[in-house]
Design a protein around this ligand. Structure first.
Ligand code: ARG
Ligand code: ZN
Length: 879
């Protein structure tokens, strides 16, 4: 709770820690009324610090200090200062032992930072600054210590007691209590500390590493989830093998544990040897999880596992370096997913997220570089920029160096910095040192915020047979940054001839073995490239596989886009051409409510996609998804969300009407027999089938309605059941909608992960998610304000996906969101600060919307006792 302005933390003020903590000995006494934490720290002055005999400073948050002793002697009140968020102890010797006893109340911890209770179990979340909610400690990642943790609790309620490392001792205590002691041999920052206590079932497996060590793999879940572990366990084993094969990284402890908890602010956490997951990001069965969920789980399990090297063995010096571990690890998990499934589809999904949400962030009030230089609340910087753009930056290094040099670079990085807390600059230097490449200009990707814009123009000199491509780059101003320098951009491209053939890219005339694809390196504000030996004007295929996180503008004609959709050898660019064509058609209808016809090129292109089963069906399934409303808004200025929604809807309906018979045929053709598998082929089949269904229902097709009802009843997997449910919920068939929603709920009411999907299908629907219905969902028996997943699945889905309702011209959607953010700010500031995001984009919208969004933000700003988290987001958005 605070009323005054939170402090801004600057990278430029970084100082090495004055004291180091070599080891930490923790004892947790867990009770229903609270927990007592005994902590014994071996402290020594840091030889690398020039602070001299400075006072020792320890961070603390919401702690009750019971006692403090230095080398066994109790410090009384006059011997230290309690500044609220810090303890300051002057006059400490060079080395000493500090004993701290605190009392905390996990059962009342609704922020879900530090130690808290979730469905009867104790668990922790310490990244970024949650450890200070457990005990007083130098809570910064460059203080690395060896942890020993003893947990004591009542045995019947908490038979399972877990922490990092190896269990070295256990036994019974008086009064039905017991203890387990854990020891982690690897020094680590306290943000990687974890503790779990609960009544959990254990699923075991094992993995033999490349050097022949046998690793004990254990998953801990609530008994009702025992059958939902197989997919995560399998993903884990494949991740472990992949990291050995591709990065030469072997697991280091003897045990690797995963725990599922229902109440969790984020997706998952890579605590050393004891990863803790949001249940929705780890538990799956065919009946309860969609294909998308299966893929997300695989990616997150891999992500957290990969952190063991990129994050834990080599960690961040300070939180400005967050992308050091997150960007790199997202790049690693994306490469893993690409190797596992369809690489083109994976790329399309990642780029969709980046272009829709990260570009919006980069153009908004919270825009920040991949390595920020200041923040108020670090939790607000677990962003798409740090994660996804950070991964793109690593991907660009990979494409500039090539896979072999990149591997040499990562080997050097891990070897050079093992056991250290380092910076993004150290990462880039390892890449430079291993490859001999100069990445000094490339470093601007870490320092400059904003999405570079590439303006591409071309001309064809028919008499000389030369095609000239001119590329100008500019980087928009962002808060606190203007007049930016050009960045180093790898720009992959190709040229196509009139028959669709790939043309050799001769940068000199007479070049005999010119490649069909090149990665041009842009370093200046403007470049012109000449391609020789061409007898006709080619069609350019630009920024293939999205080789850099930039916006490309080029005056494509619709003919060229249709041509690229079917001829570009790069699957990603085929998809991209389709998106551009669809965007162009939809934009032409926005604000044009009487225009009913759509370009026949789009209809023809889609007809071909739906009908030609010789095409890569996984790619086709993606190509059939029209650009989302959120993306269309991102591309516009003075956006009118309801008008965009209406235009997109009209295009969908026109397409569905024109292609009605092809859709039915596509539906029938993709009927699956045989057992459910999560393979790219099967996923594509289900996706095509469910797309066909949803289009048919949009035009009130009676056969479609019959197929949907049948599929809803007969489905043997959640993808199909959910596909049918979603199609019916979004249709005009009101009675069917009510019927399937209640049948679905009755069937799955005992499964929180499914109930969350049930909430979001409604909240995201223009039909079932009108404001009164949303308010009713908040009153539903299954809704729980303390559970972030429930909050996200109703309020987040409404404001993030149900855009026509959220942006109702009367402003009721904005008022609603402001009200819920204020309510959540008191219990869970991290979640409140995320939920407010849609309002922060007010400048993007036409003034009649923007002004009301701004008013919503002001209402939040004026709430009493605003958290630091929400304060930062709201004030920066209004500035
Ligand atoms: N390190 C975790 C991951 O990306 C995320 C932790 C997020 N914590 C937070 N307070 N925002 O795997
Ligand atoms: Zn991560």
């Amino acid at each position: 709770m605070r009323t005054n302005q939170p402090k801004t933390i600057y990278l430029s003020e970084y100082r090495v820690p004055a004291y180091l903590v070599d080891s930490v000995d923790l004892t947790f006494e867990l009770f229903e009324e609270g927990a007592r934490v005994h902590s014994v720290l071996s402290v020594r002055r840091n030889p690398d610090s020039d602070a001299g005999p400075a006072p020792l400073e320890l961070d603390g948050d919401s702690l009750k200090l019971e006692s403090l002793a230095l080398d066994g002697k109790t410090l009384d009140e006059g011997a230290f200062e309690d500044l609220g968020d810090r303890l300051v102890i002057p006059g400490v010797p060079e080395t000493f032992e500090l004993t701290v006893v605190t009392w905390i109340e996990p059962q009342n911890n609704t922020r879900l930072e530090g130690l808290y209770k979730s469905s009867g179990m104790f668990c922790t979340q310490c990244e970024a600054e949650g450890f200070r909610c457990i005990t007083y400690f130098p809570d910064r990642p460059d203080v690395m210590s060896r942890f020993r943790t003893r947990i004591e609790a009542e045995k019947s309620a908490y038979p399972v007691l877990l922490s990092n490392g190896n269990d070295v001792d256990r036994g019974d205590l008086a009064d039905g209590r017991h203890f387990v002691t854990w020891e982690d041999p690897f020094p680590k920052p306290c943000y990687l500390f974890a503790l779990v206590a609960g009544d959990l079932v254990e699923k075991r497996d094992s993995f033999t590493t490349c050097s022949g060590r046998e690793i004990d793999l254990r998953m801990y879940v609530e008994p009702r989830n025992a059958e939902k572990c197989d997919h995560a366990m399998d993903s884990l084993k494949r991740s472990m093998r992949w990291d050995e094969d591709v990065y030469g990284r072997e697991y280091d402890l003897d045990i690797f544990m995963i725990v599922a908890v229902d109440d969790f602010n984020m997706g998952a956490m890579e605590n050393k040897g004891l990863n803790i997951f949001n249940s929705s990001c780890v538990l799956a069965s065919q009946e309860t999880a969609t294909d998308m969920a299966f893929q997300r789980i695989e990616a997150i399990v891999a992500h957290e596992y990969f952190h063991n090297w990129s994050g834990n063995r080599v960690t961040c010096r300070d939180w400005f370096q967050l992308s050091l571990k997150e960007g790199f690890t997202v790049f690693r998990d994306a490469s893993f997913s690409a190797d596992t499934g369809s690489p083109t589809v994976k790329r399309i999904e990642d780029v969709t997220l980046l272009r829709t949400a990260q570009f919006a962030e980069d153009a908004g009030p919270m825009s920040h570089p991949v390595r920020p230089s200041s923040y108020m609340e670090i939790s607000n910087f677990y962003t798409l920029t740090i994660y996804e753009k950070g991964a793109e930056v690593v991907r660009m290094i990979h494409s500039l160096l090539g896979p072999d040099m990149f591997r040499k670079g990562s080997d050097l990085y891990f070897e050079r910095h093992d056991g250290q807390a380092v910076t993004t600059d150290d990462f880039v230097r390892a890449m430079e040192d291993a490859s001999g490449r100069d990445l000094s200009q490339f470093r601007l990707w870490y320092e400059q915020a904003g999405t570079p814009v590439l303006d591409v123009s071309d001309e064809f000199d028919a008499s000389a047979g030369i095609y000239r491509l001119t590329i100008r780059q500019s980087i928009p101003d962002t808060p606190g940054q203007s007049n930016k320098q050009p960045q180093h951009i790898p720009f992959a491209m190709g040229l196509l001839g009139a028959q669709g053939q790939a043309l050799p890219l001769r940068l000199r005339s007479g070049d005999t073995d010119a490649p069909l694809e090149r990665v041009l390196e842009l370093t200046d504000a403007e470049h012109t490239f000449e391609f020789h030996g061409l007898d006709e004007r080619p069609v350019p295929s630009l920024l293939r596989h999205f080789s850099a996180p930039v916006r490309v503008s080029y005056p494509w004609t619709r003919e060229q886009l249709q041509f690229l959709m079917s001829h570009d050898p790069d699957g990603f660019n085929r998809w991209d051409a389709g998106q551009r064509l669809a965007v162009d058609v939809i934009q032409g209808l926005v604000g044009n409510p009487d225009e009913d016809a759509i370009d026949s090129r789009l209809v023809d292109a889609y007809r071909q996609l739906i009908s030609d089963s010789s095409l890569d069906q996984a790619l086709v399934a993606k190509m059939l998804q029209l650009p989302s409303e959120a993306y269309l808004i991102e591309l516009s200025e003075a956006a009118d969300a309801p008008a965009i929604h209406a235009a997109r809807e009209r295009v969908l309906k026109r397409l569905a009407t024109a292609l009605r018979d092809e859709l039915v045929a596509c539906y029938n053709r993709n009927h699956q027999s045989g057992p459910y598998r999560v393979t790219p082929e099967q996923i594509a089949g289900r996706s095509l089938r469910n797309t066909a269904l949803s289009w048919l229902l949009l035009i009130n097709d009676d056969e479609g309605r019959e197929l949907a009802s049948q599929q809803f009843r007969a489905a043997d997997n959640m993808t199909d059941r959910m596909g049918a449910l979603r199609a019916l919920v979004n249709s005009d068939y009101e009675a069917d909608r009510e019927r399937v929603l209640s049948e679905f709920y009755e069937r799955f009411r005992h499964d929180p992960q499914v109930v969350e999907q049930w909430f979001s299908v409604q909240a995201a629907s223009g039909q079932a998610g009108r404001l009164p219905q949303i308010r009713a969902l908040l009153e539903h028996e299954a809704f729980d304000w303390k559970n972030p997943n429930k909050v996200r699945s109703v309020i987040g889905a409404f404001a993030g996906q149900n855009l026509a309702e959220f942006h109702k011209p009367d402003g009721s959607g904005y008022e609603f969101l402001a009200e819920q953010v204020c309510r959540l700010d008191d219990s869970n500031p991290q979640i409140a600060a995320r939920l407010v995001t849609p309002l922060t984009r007010w400048r993007k919208f036409a003034p009649s919307y923007g002004e009301q969004m701004k008013a919503g933000l002001e209402k939040v700003r004026d709430k009493a006792g605003l958290s630091r988290d929400v304060y930062e987001v709201v004030h920066k958005s209004l500035a």
